[in-house]
Design a protein around this ligand. Structure first.
Ligand SMILES: [Zn+2]
Length: 68
C-alpha cells in the first residue's frame, strides 16, 4: 500500500487550513473534510487525489467524478 498512510477520516485535509471554512466539503472518495469549493478547491482530499493520480496519471481531470 501507500508509504504514507492517511490519517483517520475524522481528520480534515490540511488544505482546509488555508481556505475559508465555507469552501470546505466532504471528499468525494472518503468523505473527509477537504477544501472542495472555490479557487484551488478539489473534490478529493490529498490522499484520494494521490491514489487517483497513481491510477490515472499526473494529468488527472475530474470530468468523470464531477458532482452537481
Ligand atoms: Zn478522500
Amino acid at each position: 500500500m501507500s508509504s504514507a498512510a492517511p490519517p483517520p477520516i475524522s481528520e480534515p485535509d490540511p488544505s482546509t487550513h488555508s481556505c475559508s471554512s465555507s469552501y470546505a466539503g466532504p471528499c468525494s472518495g472518503c468523505q473527509r473534510t477537504t477544501h472542495k469549493y472555490g479557487s484551488g478547491g478539489l473534490p478529493l482530499c490529498q490522499w484520494c487525489l494521490a491514489s487517483a493520480r497513481q491510477n490515472w496519471g499526473p494529468a488527472v481531470r475530474f470530468t468523470s467524478t464531477r458532482t452537481p
